[in-house]
Design a protein around this ligand. Sequence first.
Ligand code: PLP
Length: 383
Amino acid sequence: MTESLNRIRAFLADREPPTPCLVVDTDLVAARTAAVAAAFPDALIRYAVKANPAPEVLDAVLSAGAGFDVAGTGEIELCLSRGAEAAELAYGNTIKKPSDIAFAYTRGVREFTTDSAGDLANLAEYAPGSLVSIRLLLTGGPDSVTPFGHKFGCEPSVAATLLRQAVDAGLRPGIAFHVGSQQPDPAAWEIGVATAAKVAADAGVGLARLNIGGGFATGHREPVPSLADYAAVIHAALGEHLPGPGPELLLEPGRVIVADAGLIRTEVVLVTTRAATDERRWVYLDVGRYNGMAECENEAVAYRLEPVGVKGPEGPVVLAGPTCDGDDVLYQRTPCALPMSLRAGDLLDIPGTGAYTASYSSVAFNGIEPLRTYCVGRFADAG
Ligand SMILES: Cc1ncc(COP(=O)(O)O)c(C=O)c1O
């Protein structure tokens, strides 16, 4: 990772691109993809494009032999345009129009996820014979940092019914779950695997697929389990609950492949105090919740902050973005300290920001352009 950061910082020093910007090391993306494949040698790896859809990132993922988890027609087009085979795509979004399904099927996509009778009926009609995994709603497990709530997945009894309906409709049946993104507890997958095995047994259906989603966490201020730690728990759960020649395993990792490969450089716009009784300075950056730092919503992800060339004693700060929106505050409860000498015009680096930053960035809120992405490494010029 040091090598990767050195490459990114050398690019920033050499090119001095306008801030804010995200720089992604594509060599690390390829290496992380390979590391996931090595930890799960019998699984299909489908990188979740939503984490970072930069063409160079997709090229790096492809070079490491993985395919893609796509959320919609635009991502299908993008992946195919980078040379992915349709057979390497899994349409993981359970919310789709019949026209989206028909488009995907026409393009050759044959793997989908669903969690409702309506969508299942559409899949049977517009994607006949496809592999369709029923997404489970997992409740009562450990919380992830950015959970999905109740938006996706169905309860086990509903899933068992949908599984049987899928078979009756001539579809190849599977089960999917996602334990929530940035999930620091490997035990969450144990619950998912056990629930999937029970649902399949209750439905009396042999599974063609078990899709265990993404969710693998990356370290920011706190350490997280390694890929080997996650793999050990997941393989033990599979051995216990789905022994023998079980379903083919599929993973949809996003964050763990690209987060550490990215670094955002931002400029300090203003440093001020807001109340005589509050010693904390307010530090306003040119990056905020609408142009890259979306995962600071509810202060979910606590990124590290590294001043560039500014040193000396530190004091507490509240960190905020540049827009006129009152919610565009990054951290006011999460402790943050920056040098007392920090001034407008100084630069900060925010490492670990390759995932869910540029892809969440708005187009022109307050007239601010989306976060620009630059790539370094072997795949940098492919875009
Ligand atoms: C269906 C699906 N699969 C995979 C992912 C990727 O998850 P992560 O980035 O936590 O690995 C997501 C993230 O939102 C998702 O919605």
